[in-house]
Design a protein around this ligand. Structure first.
Ligand SMILES: [Zn+2]
Length: 355
């Protein structure tokens, strides 16, 4: 990956964007893609769309969600402690003792507290963490003092910047789905620099909002764009850690390329094209079987209007929705290359009807 691309990933990882509060990351995305887009729009929901060939009648939609899981302050007690709800599905066990940013008038440092382990009895079932037993301590000594810097409704995100692990692995918060956003930006840049795509194909690269709470941004933007086909690029739960049982949930390894989802979420023509282009380009990929509804933006994209020929690519990720997600940077580059190759072969003549 180019240094500038890695720098952009670091920036968006360091920038908070819990669902409903995506604006700072949206601004960085706009800045990055502006030179490569024929048209750049932001809609009333907050979705950002970078377009190549806006006049083309055959439209392809790339959905990479900009939002991340987080928290929101719902109560401040007399002693200045903040109580909070989750935004999206987080792993409560990983939150205790974390440093957080509370996004009040400006970002305020806080820590997630709960009762001390020394006060637990051996039989105490409360060792099992429960969100309602946690609070955020910003150091304020009263509600009045806390209210000077935060309020009910302030968003909260966990600290954590991108750092390198061994091999070509990286750890960071919110790779889900800042990685998908980076891939979209890079696909746009690469295709634009090489002269674009087929003139009859409109490429709509989106940073969508509110995926973690039900793909609301993808739903409204798919309606507006009315694409014929599209891909959702998101993170997939890696199954290559100790005691994972492939027999239970399948296999998905870091470093072996993105997973192409097989099942009802993927249009058969899209699936075949993704596989054949990966093989032609010599790009590694894995297969992931999803029998029910896709937990990605592809779900709403597919069911938009009269139906959209959709597909899902998942970049393997360990420890999803924790403060320390782990991704392989080779998989990120492979996914960029695969989506670029996929877009290059799109023509207005392709019939996506399953036969
Ligand atoms: Zn995601």
């Amino acid at each position: 990956m180019r240094d500038e691309s890695l720098k952009f990933l670091k920036e968006i990882v360091a920038t908070p964007s819990p669902s409903g509060f995506e604006q700072p990351v949206a601004e960085l995305f706009r800045e990055y893609v502006r030179p490569y887009a024929h048209r750049l729009t932001t809609d009333v929901m907050g979705n950002v769309t970078a377009i190549i060939n806006p006049e083309a009648s055959m439209r392809f939609m790339y959905a990479g969600h900009m939002d991340e899981v987080g928290f929101i302050v719902h109560y401040i007690d007399d002693d200045g402690f903040l109580f909070f709800s989750t935004i999206g599905g987080t792993d409560v066990a990983t939150e205790i003792g974390q440093r957080v940013w509370v996004h009040g008038k400006e970002p305020i440092l806080g820590v997630v507290g709960r009762k001390a382990i020394q006060t637990f009895k051996a039989s105490d079932t409360s060792q099992t963490p429960w969100l309602m037993e946690l609070w955020i301590d910003i150091g304020a000594s009263s509600r009045e003092e806390a209210l000077k810097v935060v309020e009910v409704g302030s968003a909260v995100t966990i600290h954590g910047e991108l750092a390198a692990l061994q091999g070509n692995l990286a750890v960071g918060r919110a790779f889900d789905n800042k990685v998908g956003l980076l891939i979209g930006a890079e696909v746009l840049r690469c295709l634009s620099e090489e002269g674009g795509v087929h003139p009859g194909v409109g490429l709509y690269i989106l940073g969508t909002v509110q995926e973690e709470i039900g793909s609301r941004g993808a739903m409204t933007s798919a309606f507006n764009i009315a694409p014929r086909t599209g891909l959702a690029i998101d993170m997939g739960v890696a199954m290559d850690y100790p005691r994972a049982r492939a027999e239970d949930q399948g296999k998905l390894d870091l470093g072996k390329g993105p997973a192409i989802t097989q099942g009802a979420n993927t249009n058969p023509v899209v699936f075949k094209l993704l596989k054949s282009v990966a093989e032609k380009e010599g790009l590694p990929y894995q297969l992931q079987a999803v029998g029910s509804s896709s937990p990605t933006d592809a779900r709403v994209m597919q069911q938009n209007r009269g139906g959209v020929a959709s597909g899902v690519l998942s970049v393997p990720l360990r420890y999803m929705h924790t403060p320390s997600e782990v991704v392989c940077l080779d998989d990120v580059q492979t996914t960029i290359d695969l989506v670029c190759a996929y877009c290059r072969q799109l023509t207005p003549e392709i019939d996506f009807t399953p036969r």
